[in-house]
Design a protein around this ligand. Structure first.
Ligand code: FAD
Ligand code: DHB
Length: 392
């Protein structure tokens, strides 16, 4: 069956869903193809840290009712090195900016509802197979839905389909360079029914490895722990998780509360980049074009930042027949992406165990950590990157 729209969006993650809402506001038709079910994407546990820019956009889109009620604003973060803890305050270092803790699956639920309320078509369990004609004015996305083959013809294709999607596979190989780091460690992430033991997040280096204390609400804690790449969740019974977290996050006069764990999964850590995100009528955004290691919480925020540029560029094309913002799309996005790559890589090396205790690399880690407490300039660098650069 043949269908048509103006912008064909592959992927109903944060990138695809925000793009559709921004386009719809300007009267530009689009359809979202998502290969998973609604229930699956709404319950996929991932990020939790929203930059001010991201919260501002969700508000601007009129989809922040629940976020405004349930999101938890944080005005600082704790950093710990072998039990020595310091706080980086955001307010005085960034002119009043902050971060908000609100689960990605909640963001996705709110954005899906907003899309459906506004009549935007999201086809769940629609598997995009291939894209044709990206160098023509009418590219097509071929997809499978309800056991039938379909063709969606559009003016533009937005590949918002994540790292494993098909969007990037359709960028000709000679149009970009690829950069990649696979880190020699992974994160075991848990969700537990227990009140958070800290009012703000704690990123901790410990001789036994990295750990992170985050949260989802006053009754749900989210914690992460550095594990080996070949480790499995079966090696981590609940008691062992809590014992290890308690050692790694520990500091004098503080204790970690444990509780029933209801979700456990392991995520590999990588940095991945391409230096061109478009070709002809195909534009990539979010994880389809870049992956940052999660230390620093930048992935979802970067995806949304790409979309701001893409939506403006498409709007300028439809409203003014001006393609200048489409031409500069990759370059406009890459400035922020490289900053986020640098910050995420810095935070990853600062807090993960990768060299023996007392080695040169390990003593440099310690020196970098101490410098945050000594230098307001260094603390400001961390704070402004962490809350998200405003103009870039
Ligand atoms: P995705 O969310 O991956 O969405 C892509 C969508 O495309 C998916 O729904 C997928 O099913 C669909 N799709 C794929 N292929 C096809 C196809 N062929 N046809 C149709 N649909 C397709 N980021 C932060 O900002 N803050 C954090 O605190 C943070 N913490 C994280 C913690 C963990 C453990 C992990 C794993 C990630 C974390 N991230 C964080 C990263 C963040 O989750 C991602 O960067 C974000 O999901 C990217 O959004 P996206 O829309 O680009 O891609
Ligand atoms: C969370 C995840 C992160 O990667 C991070 O840096 C901070 C918070 C979270 O899931 O809450």
């Amino acid at each position: 069956m043949k269908h048509s729209t103006k912008v064909g969006i592959i992927g109903a993650g944060p990138a695809g869903l925000t793009l559709a809402l921004l386009l719809q506001r300007k009267g530009i038709d689009c359809i979202i193809l998502e290969n998973r079910s609604r229930q699956y994407v709404e319950s996929r546990v991932r990020a939790g840290l929203l930059e001010q820019n991201t919260v501002d956009l969700i508000r601007e889109l009129g989809a922040s009712e629940r976020l405004d009620k349930e999101g938890l604003e944080h005005h600082g973060v704790y950093l710990s090195f072998n039990g020595v803890r310091q706080r980086v305050p955001f307010k005085e270092l960034t002119g009043g900016r902050c971060i908000t803790i609100y689960g990605q699956q909640e963001v996705v639920k709110d954005l899906i509802q907003a899309n459906l309320d506004r009549g935007i078509e999201i086809l769940f369990e629609a598997h995009a197979k291939h894209i044709e004609g990206i160098k023509t004015d009418n590219p097509s996305i071929f997809y499978q839905h309800n056991g039938e083959e379909h063709e969606l013809t559009c003016d533009f294709v937005a590949g918002c389909d994540g790292y494993h999607g098909i969007g990037r596979q359709h960028l000709p190989k000679d149009t970009y360079n690829e950069f990649r780091i696979e880190y020699p460690f992974s994160w075991l992430g848990i969700l537990a029914n227990v009140a958070p033991s800290s009012d703000e997040l704690i990123y901790a280096y410990h001789e036994r490895g990295f750990s992170l204390h985050s949260l989802r609400s006053e009754t749900v804690s989210r914690l992460y722990i550095q594990v080996e790449n070949d480790d499995t969740v079966d090696n981590w019974p609940d008691e062992k998780v809590w014992e290890e977290l308690s050692i790694r996050l520990g500091t004098e006069g503080w204790s970690l509360q444990s509780g029933p764990i209801f979700e456990k999964s392991i995520t590999p850590m990588r940095s991945f980049m391409i230096d061109n995100m478009q070709h002809g009528r195909l534009f990539l955004a979010g994880d389809a074009a870049h992956i940052v290691p999660p230390t620093g919480g930048k992935g979802l925020n970067l995806a949304v930042a790409d979309i701001r540029f893409l939506a403006s560029a498409l709007t300028n094309w439809y409203e003014n027949q001006d393609d200048s913002l489409l031409q500069s799309y990759s370059q406009d996005c890459l400035r922020r992406i490289w900053r986020a790559q640098d910050f995420s890589n810095f935070m990853t090396y600062l807090f993960h165990k990768q060299a023996p205790h007392g080695s040169f690399e390990n003593l440099l880690q310690k020196s970098k950590f101490d410098y945050i407490g000594i230098s307001k300039a260094q603390a400001t660098t961390i704070a402004e990157n962490y809350v998200g650069l405003k103009e870039i």
